[in-house]
Design a protein around this ligand. Structure first.
Ligand code: TRP
Length: 369
């Protein structure tokens, strides 16, 4: 699923070079989320850890996709919560390890050029093609919408506009978003073929980790299911959630041999416990029926605290730095707006869209006889 090298050149670091001559080509990455709230361990395992690992190798853009949010959640209350939610997401991301010096965070609705880019791209894709994107029907269902809103059908096109607006070459996303990146690649190729080489064809960087189960044992940790441990949960809350975690239901007493595979307590141990020897020993004793669930959970709680403690402390320090996150988002949005305006101008030029109006302007200046 990785991309072949693109024919269009990646955008060079704009106006960033030390002087004359070509700037070095810095590969650019874009990913991000809709602003729905604080991040939890599922976000960390599924995408944040991958972003933290990758982001220094790229010029890294992180979108706060509030226009995408509108496709399923558009009440005035939903919209009023964008500021708080965006702040929480950026704080959580920085606390977990993203380096603010290597990140451009931006608010999608603050870059109106993206909407025009999306409109121009929408002529290059058919309705049936979009109807085949599996995630959209699912999202419509979740939002309680029996019929597909036009904006939701256009979700992948808007995402393509995000990606192409900054000429990203790498897009790390989970399985649910892979089809959207595929639509982006098709749109980039189609635009280039029809109007001339403008876009690099971005590569999907698959974050192929299985989703983290919830504390209730359901397949996915999610805010809406109420089964999440948040990166910002205080220690007592983490401990309480671990204590009530779902575990092997067949195990009525500590003496009964238990199942480790698929047991969420051990899934979390595998992902978050930094002491593999301890995990191996607990597994062996669990299978043999020589350790109680309480002890396994107690060790998990301690491991999570070793991970979350420093994250919580960094978050508190960042949050105390008033205006820090706001400043990052304002600067990032302005930066992205310059990129998107440049891309839009290149698209319109390649398409010849400005020609008619330019002609009218010339003709209008011609003095009438
Ligand atoms: N669709 C992503 C989500 O599931 C958010 C998003 C919007 C995105 N634009 C993007 C991700 C561009 C990667 C690249 O919330």
């Amino acid at each position: 699923m990785t991309a072949p090298a693109s024919t269009a050149p990646a955008r060079t670091a704009p106006r960033a070079g030390p002087g004359p001559g070509p700037s070095p080509v810095v590969p650019r990455m874009l990913t991000g989320d809709r602003p729905t709230g604080r991040l939890h361990l599922g976000h960390y395992a599924g995408s944040l850890a991958n972003r933290i690992r990758l982001h220094r190798q790229y010029e890294s853009f992180f979108i706060i996709a509030d226009l995408h949010m509108l496709t399923t959640k558009n009440s005035p209350q939903d919209i009023a919560a964008v500021g708080r939610n965006a702040t929480d997401m950026v704080l959580d991301s920085l606390a977990a390890g993203l380096d603010p010096g290597h990140c451009v965070f931006y608010l999608q609705s603050g870059v109106p050029e993206i909407a025009e880019i999306s409109l121009l791209l929408s002529s290059l894709v058919t309705v049936p093609r979009l109807q085949r994107v599996p995630s959209l029907k699912e999202m419509a269902g979740h939002a309680g919408q029996g019929e597909m809103p036009l904006a939701l059908l256009g979700y992948p096109v808007l995402q393509a506009a995000d990606i192409l607006a900054v000429m990203a070459t790498a897009v790390p996303v989970g399985r649910d978003n892979a089809a959207h990146v595929e639509v982006t690649r098709e749109l980039a190729r189609r635009f280039n073929r029809r109007y001339g080489e403008v876009f690099p064809v971005p590569a999907l960087v698959p974050a192929d980790v299985p989703s983290l189960p919830g504390i209730d044992g359901r397949a996915k940790m999610s805010k809406s299911l109420g089964n999440a441990i948040y990166l910002s949960d205080p220690p007592a809350e983490v401990a309480a959630k671990v204590r009530r975690m779902y575990t092997d239901p067949a195990r009525t007493t500590a003496g009964v041999p238990g199942t480790v595979e698929g047991n969420p307590v051990f899934v979390y141990h595998d992902v978050f416990n930094d002491r593999p020897g301890e995990v191996a020993e607990l597994k062996a004793r669990y299978r043999a029926g020589t350790v109680g669930d309480a002890e396994v959970k107690q060790q998990l709680g301690a491991a999570l605290e070793r991970f979350l403690g420093p994250v919580r402390a960094r978050r508190a320090r960042l949050a105390a730095d008033e205006g820090l996150v706001a400043g990052l988002i304002v600067a990032g949005t302005e930066r992205t707006r310059r990129e998107a305006a440049r891309t839009l101008a290149e698209m319109r030029a390649a398409m010849g869209l400005g020609a008619a109006l330019a002609g009218f302007r010339r003709a209008a200046r011609t003095p009438a006889r």
